[in-house]
Design a protein around this ligand. Structure first.
Ligand code: PMP
Ligand code: GLN
Length: 376
């Protein structure tokens, strides 16, 4: 059969998590927390599941949750958004990004993607009939804005950025943000997808959000995920924030893709969202990052800066000459720790001999993993 996505196989997250299970390795590969969620969420979920909240919610989201999201955005970003017209609750950030690309990209139009890039962007552009145009970041994961400026043209419909960045853990500086604003200013028809799912998992540096700039917010789809913010990756609930003229189009796709998102989850999140202070999330994960770094100090890995997200990248040149994919396979089998090779996030499989560890884990897991990694 002629396949629509010839280059797509099983995602690296599935592959590595399966290998971790098979070899009973400690799984620092796929990004998900292994500690319990806030007990309050469990209580609210139990309470809500006894109430009559088991039917379809309105297509764009439960009104109470839309209100809660608007209040959160107002608290954190001092931005007022209209719950009824500028927010769409999605089945995770993934579905939101997919719906946005299907709604906005016409056949032949280009979408600029910065590699290493999260894996769901490229196939969604292909399915929309668009052309993904990949630009590689520099080896230190900074963005070459000159190249971005030279690449964006009349046919470019969308620029996708991801900040804080998965897989590198880097965050955009003010100068990056200014360059982004300039590119958007130079191309009035360009739309930005700003994937900010790790917006609250930030450490020393300030997060420059598309919410905080007028040019950007008027032409951006800003992507958030409750999976990251409330440690609930399996719930698959996220949301898009975009101006009404853009979101209206995305809703047309959303209504036929899923129509609406899990009602009990939405009601529980609506009850929970106003009770929590998302600004403590950064400190919570910063402690984990520091703990992991300290535990890894005696290892032969070279740890790269982790400024946000729950990922720590590491170079292993002092340990092995294997490709990063082979090195991760070897590690899961022989060392008992699973990680993610970065080359899979590059269209051209660039391999800087760098792998990604997820530190959203209990201290006990981090100690055990680091013990094994320090023995290499
Ligand atoms: N974007 C990025 C950068 C991610 O890392 C992830 C998931 N880890 C997603 C989107 C998808 O998020 P969700 O699980 O809410 O679909
Ligand atoms: N986003 C998660 C990560 O980067 C994985 C999500 C998935 O498995 N699709 O590890």
């Amino acid at each position: 059969m002629q396949t629509k996505l010839p280059k797509v196989g099983t995602t690296i997250f599935t592959t590595m998590s399966q290998m971790a299970n098979e070899y009973q390795a400690i799984n620092l590969s796929q990004g998900f927390p292994n500690f319990p969620i806030d007990p309050l969420i469990e209580e609210l979920l139990a309470k809500n599941s006894k109430e009559n909240v088991h039917q379809y919610t309105p297509m764009a989201g439960l009104p109470a949750l839309l209100e809660g999201i608007a209040a959160l955005v107002s608290r954190v970003y001092q931005r007022n958004i209209h719950p009824a017209t500028e927010i769409l609750v999605t089945a995770g950030a993934t579905q939101g990004i997919f719906a946005a690309l299907q709604a906005l990209v016409h056949p032949g139009e280009e979408v600029v993607i910065l590699d290493p890039a999260y894996d769901c962007y490229d196939p969604a552009v292909h399915l929309a009939g668009g052309k993904p145009v990949h630009i590689s970041m520099r080896e230190d994961f900074t963005i070459d804005w000159k190249e971005v400026r030279e690449t964006v043209n009349q046919k470019t419909r969308i620029l996708i950025i991801n900040n804080p960045h998965n897989p590198s853990g880097k965050m955009m500086e003010e100068s990056d943000f200014n360059s982004l604003v300039q590119v958007m200013g130079d191309h009035p028809n360009l739309i930005l997808i700003s994937d900010e799912v790790y917006e609250f998992i930030t450490f020393e540096k300030k997060h420059f959000s598309a919410h905080n700039h007028e040019i950007l917010r008027n032409r951006s789809i800003i992507v958030s995920s409750f999976g990251k913010t409330f440690h609930l990756t399996g719930w698959k609930v996220g949301y898009l924030i975009a101006p009404e003229y853009i979101l209206k189009e995305i809703k047309k796709v959303h209504q036929y893709l899923v129509f609406s998102v899990n009602s009990v989850a939405q009601k529980t999140l609506a009850d929970y969202i106003s009770t929590t202070d998302v600004t403590t999330l950064g400190t919570f994960y910063q402690d984990k990052r520091d703990r992991f770094k300290e535990l890894m100090a005696k290892s032969k890995f070279e740890l790269l800066p982790s400024e946000g997200t729950y990922f720590q990248t590491a170079r292993y040149k002092a340990i092995s000459q294997l490709s990063d994919v082979q090195f991760c396979e070897w590690m899961v089998k022989e060392v008992g720790v699973a990680a993610i090779p970065l080359s899979v996030f590059y269209e051209d499989s660039t391999d800087y001999r760098t792998i990604r560890f997820c530190f959203a884990k209990t201290d006990e897991t981090l100690v055990q993993a680091a013990e094994r990694l320090c023995r290499i």
